[in-house]
Design a protein around this ligand. Structure first.
Ligand code: BG6
Length: 227
């Protein structure tokens, strides 16, 4: 174990886009709804929905379609989309865990760190269960328990508290710009998972976990931030 690894005592993983690519299922279900309203939107636009709550995503999509609707009707269509999404993720398999994630989680665990999953999604537990990955996490928090949306840091602060660690002792691994902001506001060290141009506020950005080793990541990170 390196000196750096002794400062960091826990890792908090986001789920969507970090551990599994659920973004494509969200896209399929939201797009089906948009199509039902008579318009379409692109995969690039869909990137803007990452990290947003279900209702905030619907607001943006309705905006793209130039559609106004009262709040009660929005709740109805958000439920319709969610039912489509739930049926898509119910068929997910362990093989859909993103490349390198399982090995990385094992390395974190073998280094003696505690691991939390903190997701804005109310469906996070179903995804964990269909991909059979729950057992890696000491703490699991989802959108049913955390009532404030990113960029509010509550989802990460609650996870750190349940891990019995301070934000300074935790690494957050996050794929969305509002999630990066949330982790920074909370005083965490944050690794962006995705494209450098989208996540440049993070302390370090990785494309994914393939061929990535936990201790190598900490060593690289230490060139940027005191950990
Ligand atoms: C986030 C996703 O993790 O969860 C968002 O990045 C999604 O795209 C949000 O809108 C809420 O998910 P759900 O499953 O509760 O609708």
């Amino acid at each position: 174990m390196t000196d750096n690894a002794q400062t960091i005592k826990g890792c908090i993983f986001n789920l969507d886009g970090v551990i599994v690519d659920t973004g494509r299922y969200h896209y399929q279900a939201w797009r089906r709804l948009a199509n039902q309203f008579g318009f379409d939107y692109s995969r690039e636009q869909n990137e803007e929905l990452k990290g947003l709550s279900r209702l905030a995503s619907l607001d943006k999509i309705l905006d793209w379609g130039g559609i106004y609707m009262p709040e009660a009707e929005k709740m109805h269509w958000a439920d319709v989309k969610n039912n489509w999404y739930v049926s898509l993720i119910s068929n997910m398999k362990p093989g859909e865990i993103l490349p390198g994630v399982l090995l990385f989680l094992r390395e974190v665990r073998e280094s003696g760190l505690r691991i939390a999953l903190s997701s804005a999604s109310q469906n996070a537990r179903s995804v964990l269960s269909s991909t059979q990955i729950q057992s890696f996490f000491d703490v699991i928090l989802d959108g049913n328990e955390v009532k404030k949306q990113k960029p509010d840091p509550l989802c990460f602060l609650m996870a750190a508290q349940e891990l019995q660690l301070s934000p300074a002792e935790c690494l957050v691994l996050e794929e969305s710009p509002p999630g990066i902001d949330a982790a920074l506001f909370g005083g965490f060290t944050v690794i962006g998972v995705g494209r450098q141009e989208d996540l440049s506020k993070a302390h370090w950005v990785i494309e994914g976990f393939e061929n990535l080793h936990f201790h190598a990541l900490l060593t690289q990170l230490a060139t940027r931030v005191a950990i």
